[in-house]
Design a protein around this ligand. Structure first.
Ligand SMILES: [Zn+2]
Length: 316
């Protein structure tokens, strides 16, 4: 009887691995450095080695493993094909098939933002909602749409990519994607920092002037103490996030939006403007959607990847 699953979250600097029991309980968690040399060709063999090693250490037979889910920082289409991961040096790659060939364990791949969304939808505060949109606001902005346990990937794996919704048609500076005026340029940690740096000369009294260098965490702390520039930076980011959520609400009308990532950890400083502007921007009863914080932090990817391999519904 299959009792265990693995969840693997492949990132640009580290690969996180988790071993889960059938009930979703995480029983082992560890990570290894991501070997990006030679076009990232060692990454899958290294994961296979780690899985085999853990099974042998714990004396678990392969017949007791239902499968391994692997999430990656790039689009994955409905057929399971990873359609390029720049951060890993991968072009098109059948990552799950390669892992399955080495380990002889059933493997399935999905996008990392989708995995985080599925993890939060099943094991986080989203557990009580049928349909959720997860938005991860960190250095960039990622999104995922989960409906009744199914991950909406889309034809080419781009569904839910809220970070690259165009929110400013007059922007001339480029986003990381090469286009201009994406939500990510304003609402990400990078966007918040840029706004503060561009405007601090107008705020002689801002407490941020006393810092040698500052991070978004510092800006959040100053905002909580009433610093005007810091409050403006989060209000502006919240306005853009709310704009993106209102577009998402128009497309999928979810029960709840889950906000995760470093910027979301600023708490009320970001949630209050998001909720305020979402109420202003959303259509009809869409404004009734809940806006709630993520719960699983950096583990959301391994939880979601593990759940995905058990989830027969898969990508939609
Ligand atoms: Zn973009």
């Amino acid at each position: 009887m299959s009792k265990y699953t693995f969840g693997v979250d492949v990132g640009g600097t580290s690969v996180k691995l988790g071993l889960f029991e059938e009930n979703g309980k995480l029983i082992k968690k560890w990570s290894i450095a991501t070997d990006k040399s030679c076009g990232g060709k060692n990454i899958i063999p290294h994961i296979a080695y780690e899985i085999e090693k853990m099974l042998s250490e714990l004396g678990i037979e392969k017949s007791a493993v239902e499968g391994a889910g692997i999430c990656v920082p790039g689009p994955v289409d409905k057929s399971g094909l990873v359609r390029g991961c720049v951060n890993l040096g991968w072009g098109n790659k059948r990552a799950a098939d390669e892992l399955e060939d080495i380990t002889a364990i059933r493997c399935r791949a999905l996008n990392d933002a989708d995995a985080a969304g599925l993890g939060e939808a099943v094991y986080g505060h989203g557990g009580k909602y049928g349909s959720v949109v997860m938005v991860t606001i960190g250095t960039g902005v990622g999104g995922a749409v989960i409906h009744n346990g199914h991950v909406l990937a889309g034809s080419r794996g781009n569904a839910g990519e809220i970070g690259h919704f165009k929110v400013n048609i007059d922007e001339t500076e480029k986003c990381s994607c090469g286009k201009c005026g994406c939500l990510e340029q304003y609402a990400s940690a990078t966007g918040i920092l840029k706004f503060v740096k561009d405007n601090i000369y107008r705020f002689e009294n801002s407490t941020l002037n006393s810092f040698d260098g500052f991070t978004v965490k510092d800006i959040a702390a100053c905002a909580k103490n009433g610093d005007m520039l810091s409050l403006m930076a989060f209000d502006r980011a919240g306005k853009y996030i709310a704009l993106g959520l209102s577009y998402m609400a128009g497309a999928v009308d979810p029960d709840a939006f889950i906000l995760g990532g470093g910027v979301s950890r600023a708490g009320n400083v970001i949630f209050e403007p998001v909720k305020k502007y979402f109420g202003l921007f959303s259509f009809n009863t869409e404004c009734e959607a809940q806006i709630i914080p993520a719960l699983l932090g950096n583990d959301a990817g391994i939880y979601g990847a593990s759940e995905f391999v058990k989830n027969r519904g898969g990508l939609a």
